[in-house]
Ligand binder design. Structure first.
Ligand SMILES: Cc1cc2nc3c(=O)[nH]c(=O)nc-3n(C[C@H](O)[C@H](O)[C@H](O)COP(=O)(O)O)c2cc1C
Length: 292
């Protein structure tokens, strides 16, 4: 990565959607929208609702399937000088393994980010990202299936994020990213109905930023592998907070919807900060939090 600022899965399409607005080669990495083995349609509308300082979404992971994605988007992505990280998901351990195995042979894929925030259909309603045993099982299986760089993406709604971070490290993860969206609900009081067709959704944007900073701090202290800080970054200062508490890189999500160039502005703002503080590299800043 030429800089530590990526764009987060699901908020930057597959690349072409933003390419007229943002020079993709200025991004540290591009994480594409979640890909499963089979194509998926996603949820009914409305899929998004604005909340105070946040965005609630339940898109339902629509995607063209692994082969469809490679056919439709990889030729475009290979033409750009930006590492491509494929975000993968499945409804069973077997589905994760299948998609992970497939991407190992695909030219131009730099890493896999493993989205564990989806319900497991075999084990009932448990979610891979919040049940430590299921989390270990899916990561062990994906690790055995691919030699690609693996980045499990942690869910925020767990009792102790450090346990999940350590489990991921023990399973052979190369890095961690956190946080995914925060489970939430918004109600239309006139109709007394949910604002989303799916009823509940995931909250993102500035509203979740301090929550994410705390969880990234907790995770970064628990492991030796690098952590990618995600959640509510809208300004360079938001990204700097993540780096100071121990993240080695960050990803910009919801903010790209209102200002597509946010990630590039964050890169520039971090450079400016490093100069002002006489730091030769981002590494000099990572984990320099002074809290006692
Ligand atoms: C519309 C939307 C779609 C998303 N889709 C995915 C996805 O497919 N896979 C995934 O792991 N995270 C997905 N996310 C979560 C983001 O990657 C990110 O973790 C989250 O939005 C928090 O960052 P932010 O507050 O900067 O947006 C999505 C978020 C939004 C808003």
């Amino acid at each position: 990565m030429k800089n530590p600022v990526m764009v987060a899965s699901g908020t930057f399409g597959y690349g072409p959607e933003y390419a007229e607005l943002v020079d993709l080669s200025q991004l540290g990495a591009l994480v594409v929208k979640g890909i499963a083995w089979e194509p998926t349609r996603g949820n009914e509308n409305p899929r998004t609702a604005e909340t105070a300082s946040g965005l609630l979404n339940a898109i339902g992971l629509p995607n063209p399937g692994a082969e469809g994605f490679v056919r439709e988007y990889m030729p475009f992505l290979r033409q750009h000088d930006v590492p491509v990280i494929v975000n993968i998901w499945g409804r069973t351990v077997e589905e994760y393994v299948r998609v992970a195995e497939y991407f190992e042979g695909i030219e131009g894929v730099a890493a896999l980010e493993v989205n564990v925030s989806c319900p497991n259909i075999k084990e009932g309603s448990a979610v891979f990202g919040t049940d430590l045993d299921l989390f270990r099982r899916v990561l062990d299986a994906v690790r055995s299936a691919t030699a690609l760089t693996l980045i499990p993406k942690l869910a925020p709604n767990v009792a102790a994020i450090a346990d999940f971070a350590k489990a991921a490290e023990a399973s052979g993860a190369d890095a961690l990213s956190l946080i995914n969206s925060v489970p939430a609900l918004a109600v239309d009081v006139e109709t007394r109905r949910p604002k989303l067709a799916n009823v509940t959704g995931g909250l993102t944007g500035p509203a979740i930023h301090p929550l994410a900073v705390k969880l990234v701090w907790d995770a970064a202290r628990a492991v030796r592998i690098p952590v990618i800080g995600i959640g509510g970054i809208a300004t360079p200062e938001d990204a700097l907070e993540f780096l100071i508490v121990g993240a080695h890189a960050v990803a910009v999500g919801t903010a790209s919807f209102t200002e597509p160039r946010t990630a590039v502005r964050v890169v520039e703002g971090i450079d400016d900060y490093l100069q002002r503080h006489n730091m030769a590299s981002v590494q000099a800043l990572v984990g320099t939090f002074q809290c006692n």
